[in-house]
Design a protein around this ligand. Sequence first.
Ligand code: RIB
Ligand code: CA
Length: 309
Amino acid sequence: MRPKVIIDCDPGHDDAIAIMMAADLTEVLGITTVSGNAPLDLTTDNALLLAELVGLNVEIHAGAEKPLLVAARHAEEAHGKTGLDGPVRPAVTRSSASSDAVRFLIETIRNNDDVWLVPIGPLTNIALAVQQAPDIVQRVAGISIMGGSAGAGNVTPTAEFNVWADPHAAAIVFNAGFERFLMAGLNLTHQFGIDEDTIVGLREINNPVAIFAADLFDFYLSSYQKRTSGQRVPLHDPCAILAVTHPEIFTFEPRTVRVETEGRHTTGMTVVDERGWDNQPLNCQVGYAIDRDRGMNIFFETMRTYTAE
Ligand code: RIB
Ligand code: CA
């Protein structure tokens, strides 16, 4: 049985790969978009483009165009002006189903059993949904996010972009009481990086989706190597999908995680309590390890399923 998921995203190069993988490995009930890597109109256009590319015939609902309290911030340096720089953009024929992602999230969770929420961008839509409909917290099968870190940050020394972009939303979500909360943070996703060999492998598969992914990675990898000394660029968002479909390739540990919203140097930090004291509410399963080889094999198997038209 493929798990039922709703993907909340801000495409974004790694969001794109997560959608490509989810379309094969899960039953996607819908996609909601949020301001993050790029402004909302671009992340929504990108989600529409990606759904059409992989033949995913689901509704796409636009959500929050800004965070709950802080100003909207983006990641053009990593994803380019369009949020999906690199490939030649195919024409998009579809439109978003609504601009009310929160209503879609609430209704879809209320009308379907065993739904996994998979947010891979800032958590603004999810926070608004749990505030408006607290009942959805217990109703979902679980939530699997890409966000935070049990180690260093990326946009600041301590904060990861998705949590930093809307720390107040993240605090609401981490404190909401989800029984199954999987956190794929930077300490984990940096173990799941792609490099030039990955791009060569995709071009050898040579179907439209694999070629689009290779063109995405050409930009994503070179942009990362210009800004860091890294040889591999982390494939962050697919970890949140794989945590639901292939938990056996991960190591998760129960932790108390709180989100800093007021620190002068630490706003957006996920404060992961590793002291192991037993009087703490363990609100999150924090990812500490992924078997990269097995994850990459699953990625390539998925990409091979997209036959050339
Ligand atoms: O910090 C990595 C996260 O920020 C990923 O979700 C990436 O897409 C960006 O949104
Ligand atoms: Ca993302």
